[in-house]
Design a protein around this ligand. Structure first.
Ligand SMILES: [Ca+2]
Ligand SMILES: [Ca+2]
Length: 681
């Protein structure tokens, strides 16, 4: 059962159920249900129930009826003719008992000889009443199956098409036209198909027809280790790049770092690339391009340097995505954010023989002390980071109990937001190889696994919780940047923002429609400002900024709008920004007044002389990028700047403008003054 749960298959079909003339249900040969009572092996229902228990890939169980052997559908036809399909019939009661015992979600019809539409439809309708879905598993006789499906409608939710043995010539594209839009899931047989053949066929069917999935016939012919490979062969055709490499770990001895990782399931991997950087996130330099094992020793490290490793898998199509980044440093506890300080150690209470080797011994920073739990199975030790303190784990280091390191194999590091880990657990890392004694092994953790308050190491069965040290490193996802501003001028947007705690860098994103979609135009910016150049001067742009740290990328900031209002004014006036004479201080329409003044003060400067005061006023455009100053002169040579405040009366002023007003005292004997407004941008 565990092998099936780890296989990658989502559906398990139990093959096959036969029906006696008295309606007894027989599974292959043992009697399973009789007179409405489950009489099969007493342990089987509980075993089957584990198939859907996390962690598992299985989310559906079906029981198949029929085969190329006994004519079960003839028996069903006879039983229905005798007694019908009512809830009082033995047939009905037996399928109720079957559902209770197996937890089956659906009954799969493998009729290869009877082909009676009426009784099959009645049988399916009875099953639907009980709560089953029905699936069809044809290999031939298209018109029969088409009729059955059309009469049953949504009771039938899948069609498994046999494309092996008698159905070897079947083309899913032909069958896809028969079932009212429901596409078939083609099946191949494992004894006579290699992984590569399955990949090739599934991929070609998918590219031509689109297939919702596929199946393999049959479990008994597959070695346990091959099941995931066949599942992957269905999922990943040869046109698909490999998935990311998982389980990347490192141990450092002297000037040598030994990397290990897990092979992705599937036979199509041709090799691995090992890459290294001295800056988190790269760019990475390839150390080795054609590594064919799942280990690599880097002998080119310099003491005191922190290295960042990633590994990729390569197949015949190309290179898959980077693995989670592995940080290798001699000073992890200062180079990475260690989560032990300020946290509370939690876990299984007590210790073996009550000798004091309790959960805290895994977090005492001493590799000679260890957690040794009170019972052999299910012991765990972990951290409570505190209320409201959710962290994304970016690295884990662990050191096994000396001489018993193999007790960590199969152990899992988990995150949860439930204190006792009774639900919502995410497995961050699984120990797949015996770690070396008396030294820390560092594991790379994919950072898209979520934010958690509770972290733990759960030892495998029989391991007494043994581990000498556990160190979790991580940070919270960074907050959205605040204080974002943008100024737009002549095709360049100038952005500034406030620093975000723990952020290492920022992404600047731009859209031409409010609300996005945004394109990242400034990736991985390490300062708090960015110049976005080469823009269309008169276009309005919208920006958001996100912060990035080891935990990943945080939420976008509030959107800011970038408008070069002067360039937009030029367009309104029929000019092209950037063309001749369109500069702020130039005169595009040759009327003797600069563009900037026409833009800023369309109505010009007004003066109303009074007995003791002259009133100088202007209606000035509000543009944060333009400074308008008022000056006077008595000789038109030397100018004195004076303040030009907003008037109390703003009535009649158009939106986007402000009325400025100055009362300048005029008295006899004071020389004549000239006033001017100067706009600079
Ligand atoms: Ca310890
Ligand atoms: Ca002009």
């Amino acid at each position: 059962m565990d092998a099936v749960r780890a296989s990658g298959y989502t559906t398990v079909i139990l093959w096959t159920l036969h029906i006696n003339s008295n309606a007894d249900l027989i599974f292959d040969s043992p009697l399973l249900v009789s007179n409405g009572v489950y009489v099969g092996a007493s342990t089987w229902p509980a075993q089957l129930a584990t198939l859907k228990q996390a962690p598992t890939s299985v989310n559906r169980i079906e029981v198949c009826v029929g085969s190329a052997g006994p004519n079960d559908f003839a028996t069903i036809k006879t039983l229905i003719a005798q007694s019908g399909t009512g809830s009082g019939t033995t047939l009905y009661k037996n399928f109720v008992a079957l559902k209770a015992a197996t937890g089956a979600d659906a009954i799969d019809f493998d009729d290869e000889q009877e082909y009676d539409v009426t009784s099959m439809v009645q049988f399916a309708q009875m099953l639907s009443t009980i709560g089953y879905k029905v699936t069809l598993c044809p290999y031939t006789n298209t018109s029969f199956w088409q009729t059955v499906k059309s009469q049953l409608g949504s009771i039938v939710d899948r069609v498994y098409l046999q494309c092996y043995e008698g159905g070897a010539g079947n083309n899913p594209a032909t069958w896809n036209t028969l079932f009212g839009g429901l596409k078939v899931m083609p099946g191949l047989e494992s004894p006579n198909s290699t992984f590569a053949q399955v990949q090739s066929k599934m991929s070609s069917w998918e590219s031509v027809n689109g297939v919702p999935g596929g199946f393999m016939w049959y479990y008994d012919s597959m070695a346990t280790l091959d099941m995931p490979k066949y599942a992957q062969a269905i999922l990943y055709g040869p046109t698909v790049l490999p998935p990311p490499v998982g389980g990347l770990t490192a141990t450092v001895t002297g000037n040598s770092t030994t990397l290990n990782w897990n092979a992705p399931v599937g036979s199509y991997i041709t090799g691995y690339k090992v890459k290294r950087a001295t800056v988190s996130g790269g760019p990475y330099t390839t150390l080795a391009a054609n590594v064919t094992s799942t280990t690599y020793q880097d002998n080119t490290i310099t003491a005191g340097t922190t290295y960042y490793y990633v590994v990729t898998a390569v197949d015949s199509i190309g290179e898959g995505p980077n693995s989670a980044q592995l940080v290798v440093s001699e000073s992890y506890d200062t180079a990475l954010p260690l989560l032990t300080p300020g946290s509370t150690v939690i876990g299984t209470p007590g210790s073996w023989n009550n000798v004091g080797d309790t959960v805290v011994k895994a977090f005492d920073n001493d590799i000679s002390t260890f957690f040794n739990g009170p019972v052999a199975d299910g012991d765990w030790t972990g951290l409570d980071l505190g209320n409201g303190s959710l962290k994304v784990v970016t690295s884990i280091r662990y050191c096994p109990r000396a001489t018993l390191a193999s007790r960590m194999v199969g152990g899992v590091f988990q995150g949860s937001n439930t204190a006792d880990f009774s639900s919502g657990n995410a497995t961050l890392f699984t120990v797949t190889a015996t770690p070396p004694d008396n030294i820390y092994t560092t594991a790379a953790i994919s950072t898209n696994l979520g934010s958690y308050r509770y972290l733990r190491y759960l030892a495998p069965l029989g391991a007494w919780g043994n581990v000498s040290e556990v160190k979790f490193y991580g940070v919270s996802i960074p907050a959205a940047p605040a204080g974002v501003t943008v100024a737009m001028k002549d095709g360049t947007g100038s952005l500034n923002w406030n620093a975000v705690a723990t952020a290492l860098k920022y992404n600047v994103k731009r859209a031409t429609a409010s609300g996005g979609p945004y394109t990242t135009v400034g990736p991985n910016v390490t300062s708090l400002s960015f110049q976005d150049t080469g823009l269309t001067a008169a276009t309005t742009y919208y920006y958001v900024i996100s912060a990035i740290n080891e935990a990943g990328e945080g939420a976008n900031s509030t959107q800011v709008t970038a408008i070069d209002a002067y360039s937009q004014w030029l367009v309104q006036k029929g000019f092209t920004p950037g063309a001749a004479n369109t500069g702020f201080g130039q005169d595009a329409n040759h009327n003797g007044i600069s563009n900037g003044v026409e833009y800023m003060v369309p109505a010009g400067l007004g003066v109303v002389p009074g007995a003791s005061n002259s009133t100088i006023m202007a209606i000035v455009r509000q543009d944060a990028q333009v400074t308008a100053t008022l000056g006077y002169s008595t000789d038109l040579a030397s100018w004195t700047q004076v303040s030009f405040p907003a008037a109390a009366d703003q009535s009649g002023v158009p939106a986007g403008f402000v009325r400025l007003q100055l009362q300048d005292p005029m008295s006899p004997g004071v020389p004549k003054k000239f006033y001017r407004i100067k706009a600079t941008r």
